[in-house]
Write a protein that binds this ligand. Structure first.
Ligand SMILES: Cc1cc2nc3c(=O)[nH]c(=O)nc-3n(C[C@H](O)[C@H](O)[C@H](O)COP(=O)(O)OP(=O)(O)OC[C@H]3O[C@@H](n4cnc5c(N)ncnc54)[C@H](O)[C@@H]3O)c2cc1C
Length: 396
């Protein structure tokens, strides 16, 4: 890797670093942490607001192995290793609750796709169960069953705390010597002769041979700062939380009504209910009445007992959608030193551990070794090598 070339004049002091990371969400801090583990030299992370204020703090925390493409399953399996030992490694309890994920199919086509997916999942060692509607009705009697064809359940899946995971990685990165700066917006990416040479901020310029785009839903805007196109669209997703509500004494998994694109899971004494995912891109973070009605209708349809539940609050966040709903990882061709960690399409929280690891491997060793990320290169869009899912993946 190139030697230290960063110089930041601040209050007369010279700061140096090898890598500048733009964006202090869970992806940026995981990359910073893993770079420090690799002894990558001076690492500087710049966040325009506060750490986690983007999508990370608005995320539902879902962690699952039940994906329909091999690369996403491999990412989940690798990330699980970190979630399982998070407290020992990073000193913070990630509040990982293995409540399981239950996917429900209501159409013949969905049922067929679920059965195909389970073949791939089992081949990769995931203990998924294929359940017929009778079995589902028996295990989770509060569900409306008359339209359900079947489902899949994996008890290893669950959810964790986004702010705990973010804080763990950030603390680990700081302990390892990374400099994390909040309130510093990158306003320009400096380039010369096809190479990144640094970044511009209101506080001054930092010259650096490696700049990482970890801008979440702002990835395209960060790309523009370097004069390149990063095909990531921000799509709003709304979430609602009920007042305390007792549904069952049994454990309740994160349950996905695939057809409706709706899910719910326990949240403290009540439930988290998903609202709609916008179709049109935008940065609107308001919640709206129609979304609340849609979330309630889906909830009462699938779990009739929810008729008595009340929605207490809600929020909206932005998914960072790529053209094939898979991450865009690796170098930007033709702009040496510009590294992309973008486009997680609603799965960035659960894949943040492995993303940090593979990007650190790439920067320090020239290639990712834990999981081959070549299929996730941005070049796939030009080459037409999109990673196709059998059905548009459900988004947490
Ligand atoms: C409602 C909702 C539910 C979700 N549920 C799940 C789930 O269950 N499981 C899951 O895995 N994922 C989920 N996600 C997706 C997950 O939240 C994201 O994939 C993940 O947080 C992305 O992290 P990030 O660090 O890339 O982006 P972010 O957290 O958005 O961080 C990017 C940061 O970059 C900063 N930034 C941007 N431009 C600049 C600049 N020029 N200079 C400095 N800083 C800049 C921003 O301020 C921001 O803080 C959900 C998302 C939403 C919205």
């Amino acid at each position: 890797m190139a030697s230290v070339t960063v110089a930041w004049e601040r209050n007369g002091q010279m700061e140096t670093a090898d890598v500048v990371i733009i964006g202090g969400g869970v992806i940026g801090v995981s990359i910073a942490y893993h770079l420090t583990l690799k002894k990558a030299g001076r690492v500087v992370l710049l966040e325009k607001g506060q750490l986690g204020e983007g999508s990370t703090s608005r995320c539902a925390g879902g962690i699952r192995t039940q994906f329909s493409t091999e690369i996403n399953i491999r990412f989940s399996l690798e990330s699980l290793k970190t979630f399982e030992r998070f407290k020992e490694e990073l000193g913070i309890d990630p509040e990982f609750r293995r409540i399981g994920y239950l996917f429900l199919a209501t159409s013949d086509r969905e049922w067929e796709v679920f059965r195909e997916n389970i073949g791939l999942q089992k081949r990769l060692g995931i203990p998924v169960e294929l359940l017929d509607s009778q079995e589902i009705g028996k295990r989770w009697p509060y569900l409306r069953m008359d339209d359900i064809r079947g489902g899949t359940f994996c008890s290893r899946d669950g959810y964790a705390g986004p702010s705990e995971v973010l804080s763990g990685f950030a603390a680990g990165a700081r302990r390892g010597g990374a400099r994390i700066r909040e309130g510093v917006e990158v306003t320009g990416i400096l380039t010369k002769e096809g190479k990144v040479t640094g970044v511009r901020t209101k506080e001054g310029e930092i010259s650096a041979p490696v700049v990482v785009n970890a801008g979440g839903p702002y990835a395209a805007q960060v790309g523009e700062l370097a004069g390149v196109k990063v095909p990531v669209k921000p799509l709003r997703r709304q979430i609602f939380i009920t007042a305390p509500f007792h549904l069952s004494d049994q454990p309740i998994p994160l349950t996905i009504d695939f057809h409706r694109g709706w899910y719910f899971r326990p949240e403290v004494d009540g439930f988290l209910l998903s609202g709609p995912l916008d179709r049109e891109p935008g940065f609107n973070l308001n919640i709206d009445y129609e979304a609340r009605v849609e979330a309630s209708e889906n909830a009462m349809f699938r779990v009739p007992a929810f008729e008595k539940a009340q929605i207490a609050r809600g929020w909206a966040g932005l998914y960072e959608i790529s053209p094939d709903n898979h991450a865009i990882l690796g170098p930007f061709p033709g702009l040496e030193g510009f590294i992309l960690a973008n486009g997680f399409s609603g799965h960035g929280f659960q894949h943040s551990p492995v993303v940090g690891k593979v990007i650190a491997e790439l920067i320090t060793g020239g290639r990712a070794t834990t999981v081959d990320i070549a299929p996730l290169s941005i070049e796939r869009f030009e080459k037409g090598d999109l990673i196709l899912e059998p059905m548009t993946a459900f988004k947490e």
